[in-house]
Design a protein around this ligand. Structure first.
Ligand code: TXE
Length: 490
């Protein structure tokens, strides 16, 4: 059993209450780590440390260029420790080691990209229409940022928040998911090693309703970056509303992967697999609705079911495995309940639809389920598991109507050789991210986020750093004018 401590004000610490909780390994179902169960008192200590660090000269007076150098050093340390971080994360959330290694190989780019932006956040001098006034704007950091992280990609989802927040000069309290905290605690040690002053980055571990709620409702938190489910997001919206804290939400989706008759069949099949079976479907951008045009439908379904049959379910630490388990027992239960309901409502299972035989742990087979009716729960609601709901369409108009027929709007995939059609769909589909003839591609330079029930705000790209700033406008009176009439607006 691994015993972990959390990081507050540069010191490794247990919860003040001494309480702990256990993290289970999804591949075996066994407990493997003991973590501090932070409560409101621990969270208060972490937020106060972050607030003090924000105002202390050691951070506040650090130049943007120096912040960039620290971020670059952190990126180098992540690169040097990538193998260990990847293995920790796979043990904690059951994600394939192939995938966590791939994510870790790219992760430093988020730090390098934000590092490069740190000293390029310029304000502007305004050509103001008032005589003898010099007016300019300055992007200023907001203060303490709370980052609430889910279990599906802890390090990636931390990096995409922490790197821009630090580049802009903020301080942070990170709250990982109670189901997968270990890799973030190891990462916190690298933050310390990189040389960030104590208190600039704090990590509190604990339960959502305890540490999470205490953090998002803390009055000293000025900005919350949340990734998780819509139900939890509603609590976070209420909590931040009380304190007028700024908020970004990334809440998953019910993304449409749309295959037209003229698509490259092999590419579209691979795109469908990448969309929904990679990460066992536990991905915010999962292409969980497969919309397939009538002319290619039978050939596509035959090719996809044949491809599904070759997917190797197994130990995520084994590089030969294609699909690991669900990250939590609760997630497996959600998948099973939603599948039972779909079958009851008349959907037809074409592949999978059950747990694989002879395995402990929380595995579920890659599943394809044909749905005639787009109003079914399985078509409308996020499963967050390896379940693709299959729908047939006749023409482009129907494809668009189906694609836009949910309350989510995170991602969409379009498979066609017709460039004009690809652009038309990209223009008209309701989604924050559109992939044409590819799927699940990410970059530090490309914003990610959605609208509707998928949330609001964007992570990644230049804007993401500005999102952690407040624009300050400064007026300087250049004249000797003693203000004239004080009862008049100038
Ligand atoms: O997420 P939660 P859960 C979706 C997916 C999944 C569902 C529930 O559909 O089935 O959400 O998953 C913290 N105040 N996604 O229950 O609860 C919690 O401790 C403040 C999509 O695991 O949203 C964790 O750190 N924080 C998603 C984080 O919120 C609270 C990824 C996310 O947990 C809190 C994960 C509270 N009251 C799930 N309650 C994506 N967009 O990728 C919990 N938390």
């Amino acid at each position: 059993m691994t015993e972990c401590q959390m990081l507050i004000d540069g010191a490794w610490t247990a919860a003040a209450s001494g309480r702990t909780f256990l993290s289970r390994n999804p591949t075996t179902g066994e407990d493997w780590a003991i973590l501090p169960d932070a409560d409101a008192a621990d969270v208060d200590r972490a937020v106060r440390a972050a607030d003090a660090a924000f105002h202390a000269a050691a951070w506040h007076r650090t130049t943007a260029t120096a912040r960039g150098k620290l971020l670059r050093r952190l990126g180098d340390l992540v690169a040097a420790n990538a193998a260990e971080l990847a293995e920790l994360e796979t043990r904690d959330n059951g994600k394939l080691i192939r995938e966590t290694r791939g994510q870790l190989a790219y992760l430093p780019e988020f730090f390098y990209y934000a590092a490069g932006l740190a000293d390029k956040l310029e304000g502007s001098t305004l050509p103001i229409d008032k005589p003898d006034m010099l007016v300019f704007t300055v992007p200023a950091p907001v203060g303490v940022v709370a980052a609430i992280i889910p279990w599906n990609s802890p390090l990636y989802l931390t990096a995409i928040k922490l790197a821009p927040a630090l580049a802009a000069g903020n301080t942070l309290v990170v709250k990982p998911s109670e189901h997968a905290s270990a890799s973030i605690l190891r990462f916190a040690a690298l933050v310390k090693e990189a040389g960030f002053p104590d208190g600039v980055v704090n990590v509190v571990t604990g339960l959502g309703g305890g540490a999470g709620a205490a953090l998002t409702s803390h009055p000293l938190v000025r900005r919350v970056a949340f990734t998780g489910g819509p139900q939890t997001a509603r609590h976070v919206i209420r909590a931040t509303a009380e304190n007028f804290a700024k908020l970004s939400l990334e809440l998953g989706g019910k993304s449409a992967n749309i295959v037209f008759d003229d698509a490259d069949l092999e590419g579209a099949v691979n795109g469908a697999v990448a969309g929904i079976y990679a990460a066992s479907g536990q991905s915010c951008v999962a292409g969980s609705r497969l919309l397939v045009q009538a002319g290619i439908y039978d050939r596509f379904v035959a090719a996809l079911t044949a491809r599904i049959a070759r997917i190797r379910i197994g130990d995520p630490l084994d590089t030969a495995s294609d699909m690991g388990p669900m990250a939590t027992a609760q997630q497996l239960e959600i998948v099973e309940t939603m599948m039972a309901r779909a079958v009851e409502q008349g959907a037809v299972v074409l592949a999978g639809g059950r747990r694989p035989e002879g395995r402990d742990g929380w595995f579920y087979e890659p599943t394809l389920i044909a749905c005639d009716d787009a109003t079914l729960d399985i078509v409308q609601n996020e499963v967050f598991g390896p379940v693709a709901a299959l729908l047939r369409f006749d023409d482009e108009a129907e494809a668009l109507e189906l694609a836009n027929g949910t309350s989510y709007a995170l991602a969409a995939g379009i498979w066609t050789k017709d460039i004009a059609r690809g652009h038309r769909l990209a223009r008209d589909v309701h989604a924050g991210i559109v992939w044409v003839n590819t799927y699940r591609a990410i970059s530090a330079m490309a914003p990610i986020g959605g609208y509707g029930v998928s949330g609001y705000g964007r992570e990644g790209g230049i804007q993401s750093v500005l999102d952690y700033t407040e624009l300050k406008t400064v007026w300087i009176n250049l004249s000797e004018d003693p203000m004239g009439d004080p009862f008049m607006m100038r």
